[in-house]
Design a binder for this molecule. Structure first.
Ligand code: NAP
Length: 478
């Protein structure tokens, strides 16, 4: 294969690197400089990619576990050896501060390695069928088989690791993939595809198309795909589910995560964690802390500590090693956040700190005296804004967290086990995090949401469940 030039990025149809189609420029979020050029594939290339994924399934589904595992191990090693290249692309195309970029790259390295291990322990079952006389001496052997070609659509905010969350379990379970990266951040996907081919992935097992949303929507309705796995906004995700026909659908969507700081919590520690969980990568994470509910007895102390921790964050160039908070993905997104904050303040919210925009940068902002129906509470902000409100009874805090269309993750700071287990039972989310922010995620845990936040779980082992189907062989031993 050719060596990639920094400015022109091929897309992948099978093992063929292609540069036909309409050129698109990828520009840095921070200063608008040109990061690279890639191409909108023409319709024939999209059709070829789908065919290539369908045809390659014959080979992919028969790959032995040790080969699937080895491809993923080799990819993990290759990402590690190119980690600074990935960090730089993340900083440029996604505006992700290098501190956060390194975390994403490390997570991807682990994610690929973990998937290689899961490839070797996909669970199969043997069950007795003789629970009734007619099934005497019969056993059921249950195997998980890969589904076929998978359509994977990914968002801009973790353009490396969230792609790995789809591509790695697909390889681990012997499926094939057509992946469509977000238009703002396709370069990480294209570099990951190169890594996959350098790691020896069979022709057609991974195809990466930086196509438009419209062309991707066309593929969503295509029956040749057996699974649509989508990560992105709730609005688009549910809309695509209704167009997906008979294929399986897994959706990892938005959130407005709540954190409860109970009376016995260490307010200073919780405040520091909330500042990071709310403002890292300018709050552009589906599990960013957005709504904080603090027991009235420690409210003032917590707000003061949060203000301090927020003001200590360094805002600026994502390529600067000390930056905590860089630009938002576009100036328009920063303007939207600005409008929502202005609207809240006009309706009585009080600004504790922040409330300032400079181009695409929005400064980390803490609001209090907000109302549940304000956009900064009831919608997904997806920006560097948190709201803080007091509560007196724990039940009230649970009700406030649940007063949301979303249900991805929630956090509760307490050492009171009764309170913790009540939270586990009552919070309507896919995951409850004790003594940390809802932003915590280990990549091998089952991760996903309830309500508008989606359906299905990621984390290699759980994604493999979504990407395989059980088939039973009934054994008659008579
Ligand atoms: P988005 O606008 O929904 O886009 C996500 C992906 O869908 C992009 O590749 C986009 O392509 C594509 N797309 C948009 N419209 C489409 C259509 N009609 N048919 C087919 N594909 C379409 O989301 P985003 O702004 O990139 O990402 C932010 C959202 O993702 C937030 O809501 C966040 O909470 C959510 N998210 C969820 C998780 C999770 O694990 N639950 C993780 C990360 C992010 P274009 O880029 O070409 O428009």
């Amino acid at each position: 294969m050719d060596t990639e030039t920094p400015q022109s990025w091929a897309y992948y149809v099978g093992n063929t690197r292609r540069t036909d189609g309409t050129p698109i420029e990828i520009r840095a979020c921070y200063d608008g400089s040109l990061v690279g050029t890639t191409f909108r594939p023409p319709d024939e290339a999209i059709e070829e990619a789908v065919n290539s994924a369908v045809t390659a399934f014959e080979t992919a589904s028969r790959l032995p576990a040790y080969e699937r595992a080895e491809i993923l191990r080799a990819m993990s090693r290759e990402v590690e050896s190119r980690s600074e290249e990935f960090v730089r692309i993340l900083a440029l195309e996604a505006g992700k501060p290098v501190k956060a970029g390194r975390v994403e790259v490390d997570r991807c390295i682990f994610n690929l390695r973990n998937a290689s291990e899961e490839a070797q322990r996909i669970e199969h079952e043997l069950i007795p069928l003789d629970l009734l006389p007619a099934a005497r001496n019969r056993w059921g052997m249950i195997r998980r088989f890969p589904l076929g070609a998978i359509l994977a659509i990914t968002p801009f905010n973790f353009p490396l690791n969230l792609v790995a969350h789809k591509v790695a379990p697909a390889i681990a379970s012997g499926n094939t993939v057509v992946q469509k990266p977000a238009s703002k951040t396709p370069l990480c996907s294209l570099l990951l595809a190169q890594v996959a081919y350098d790691a020896g992935i069979p022709d057609g097992m991974l195809n990466v198309l930086p196509c438009s949303a419209e062309k991707a929507e066309g593929m969503v309705g295509d029956d040749r795909f057996k699974l649509l796995t989508f990560t992105g906004s709730s609005e688009i995700g549910w809309q695509l589910k209704s167009r997906a026909g008979k294929k399986k659908v897994a959706l990892e969507l938005g959130g407005n995560a709540g954190a409860i700081i109970h009376s016995d919590a260490d307010a200073d520690d919780a405040a520091k964690r909330c500042a990071l969980g709310g403002f890292a990568y300018s709050g552009q994470s589906c599990i960013s802390v957005q709504r904080i509910f603090v027991h009235a007895s420690i409210f003032d102390r917590f707000v003061a500590a949060l203000e301090l921790a927020t003001n200590a964050l360094k805002v600026g160039d994502p390529l600067d090693a000390n930056t905590d908070v860089g630009p938002m993905i576009t100036p328009a997104d920063a303007e939207r956040v600005e409008n929502w904050i202005d609207e809240a303040v006009e309706s009585g919210a009080e600004l504790v700190t922040g409330g300032k925009r400079e181009g695409a940068i929005y400064h980390p902002t803490v609001l209090t005296h907000t109302k549940p129906q304000m956009k900064v509470n009831c919608l997904e902000v997806f920006g560097p804004v948190v709201t803080v409100e007091p509560y007196r009874e724990l039940e009230q805090a649970f009700a406030s967290v649940n007063d949301s269309a979303f249900g991805l993750q929630a956090g509760i700071f307490t050492n009171d086990n009764r309170a913790l287990f009540q939270a586990f039972e009552k919070l309507e989310v896919g995951g409850v995090v004790a003594n940390d922010v809802p932003t915590f995620r280990a990549d091998h845990m089952p991760y996903g949401g309830t309500k508008d936040s989606g359906t299905g779980r990621e984390g290699a082992r759980y994604a493999i469940e979504e990407m395989t189907e059980r088939k039973i062989l009934v054994l008659n031993l008579d």
